[in-house]
Design a protein around this ligand. Structure first.
Ligand SMILES: C[S@@+](CC[C@H](N)C(=O)[O-])C[C@H]1O[C@@H](n2cnc3c(N)ncnc32)[C@H](O)[C@@H]1O
Length: 288
């Protein structure tokens, strides 16, 4: 373990309160340059590909054939399309408020010949296009920190609860707020291998805008039901996951997850390994 990580862990354990949240400069990612840069970082082998593989496997453990799955804040849909390809008998709705993100997502869907994904423009705080109790699984990745304030997070959780059927399944991952901005800068510098300047700035803004673990815990307990547990990476809440229990065994998909893992560059494999280790220490077992 490097000394920078030890110092960050020490700060995270000893400082009592997280720093004050700084909302994202662009809540909805509409600007062409940032959409293109984000879509590039989500492409195969790029900065987000290890993280996406880890969460893809976790999401698959919740999805059964015939399910309707809603992805809130799907962005360019790189993760959504991975999950949809592995679950061809489920129907997916990808939702985002950015027209430019949805345009990139539609193009990717078309190019990959995926026919079980519908993409819609909607606001996650309202889910106005989604009927009550019409969805089996709600998934979301790295999108909640784009909300302006805690009231919007509350509205999002209330609406997730409204649209889910009784046998509710939820997998939401996002950043958790750290205790010090020095820790933010440490984790950004740690991610710099292979990432461009825009991606690193976006990452820093995301960590500054993250909600705290306590905020997630309070709202999950109020709205998402007793089966939805909040997990975080051990020692520092860099990554947070809210998950209900698995609904299926993904044993048959494991060779495919391992094949995808082997195809990743070493730095992205390291991302998977760190998520596996620190989330496992935080109580959440890896799906592969
Ligand atoms: C960082 S991207 C995450 C994309 C994707 N889920 C992933 O894991 O790669 C966050 C997305 O949330 C979208 N977003 C922000 N506020 C939103 C809102 N109120 N409703 C729906 N989408 C929103 C942004 O436009 C952006 O595409």
């Amino acid at each position: 373990m490097d000394s920078g990580l030890l110092r960050a862990i020490f700060r995270e354990i000893t400082i009592k309160q997280p720093f004050e949240r700084i909302p994202e400069p662009a809540l909805v990612m509409e600007e062409q340059q940032s959409v293109a840069s984000y879509a590039d970082s989500a492409a195969q082998g790029q900065a987000l590909s290890g993280t996406h593989l880890y969460h893809c496997a976790q999401m698959c453990a919740l999805i059964k054939p015939g399910d309707v799955v809603l992805d809130i804040g799907c962005g360019p849909a790189a993760l959504l399309l991975q999950v949809a390809r592995l679950n061809p008998r489920a129907e997916f709705i990808g939702m985002d408020l950015s027209q430019n993100m949805l345009e990139v997502a539609r193009e990717a869907c078309h190019q990959q010949g995926i026919d079980n994904v519908q993409l819609i423009e909607d606001d996650m705080t309202r889910l106005s296009m989604i009927a009550d109790r019409s969805v089996d699984v709600v998934i979301s990745s790295m999108a909640l920190h784009h909300l302006e304030n805690l009231g919007q997070l509350e509205g999002t959780f209330r609406n997730i609860s409204r649209v889910l059927r009784n046998d509710r399944a939820i997998y939401l991952n996002d950043f958790g707020r750290l205790k010090s901005i020095e820790s933010v800068d440490y984790f950004v510098q740690r991610a710099s291998d292979g990432a461009d300047a825009d991606t690193l700035l976006d990452y820093r803004n995301s960590l500054l805008a993250a909600f705290s673990l306590e905020e997630f815990q309070t709202l999950a307990a109020s709205y998402l039901g007793p089966c939805a547990k909040v997990y975080s990476t051990a020692f520092s809440p860099l990554m947070m996951v809210i998950r209900t229990p698995k609904r299926r065994c993904v044993k048959v998909m494991k060779p495919e997850f391992r094949r995808r893992y082997s195809a990743l560059p070493a730095s992205r494999q390291a991302d998977v390994n760190q998520l596996r280790l620190f989330l496992r220490l935080g109580g959440l077992a890896s799906a592969f």
